[in-house]
Design a protein around this ligand. Structure first.
Ligand code: GUN
Length: 167
């Protein structure tokens, strides 16, 4: 079996600021002009982008949000647990994986503007997924907030926010 380090090397993954490793695998050549994007985007965006994202069980992907919907696709390893906090502060959990009898799904769409975080379900394991967005990804649309800031936005979610933030 491939070691995690081997997969990171073979797929040329780099550390991601939210935790885990990633590599952009697709960025459309075509662009959407800022005038045709909904309010809040600054500048043009590619039609679509896609990444590999690998998370290990000794880490987690910290709560963050982007403006556009993000489609997660399961590829390999442990099922992955996605935590979603809606703009109104409703927390839900979704398992992306291939054990369909257990209710896992191989795809999940995180709605734009929702806060989300991810954890590998199995111990000593990794999850390899894909994340596709349209309009294409730009770090200008990516928001990571501190534990304190998020708790002040959603005071009744202190426990889960503390677990899913690095600082
Ligand atoms: N490119 C760099 N980081 C990300 C991310 O978090 N999501 C997506 N979809 N693309 C990215």
């Amino acid at each position: 079996m491939n070691s995690i380090k081997n997969i990171i090397d073979l797929l040329k993954l780099e550390p991601h600021p939210e935790g885990g490793y990633f590599k952009e695998t697709y960025r459309s050549l075509g662009e959407i002009n800022e005038d045709n994007l909904i309010e809040g985007y600054e500048g043009n965006r590619n039609y679509s982008t896609c990444i590999y994202f690998l998370l290990t069980s000794d880490n987690f992907s910290a709560l963050h949000r982007i403006k556009q919907d993000e489609i997660w696709h399961f590829y390999d390893g442990s099922p992955i647990l996605l935590h979603i906090i809606s703009e109104l502060g409703i927390h839900s959990k979704h398992v992306i994986g291939r054990d369909f009898n257990k209710g896992e799904t191989p795809q999940f769409v995180v709605p734009g503007g929702y806060w989300f975080a991810a954890e590998v379900i199995n111990k000593n394991d990794y999850s390899l997924v894909g994340c596709t967005v349209s309009p294409g990804f730009n770090f200008k649309d990516f928001e990571l907030k501190t534990r304190k800031e998020l708790i002040s936005m959603f005071p009744d979610k202190e426990e889960i926010i503390s677990k899913l933030t690095h600082q």
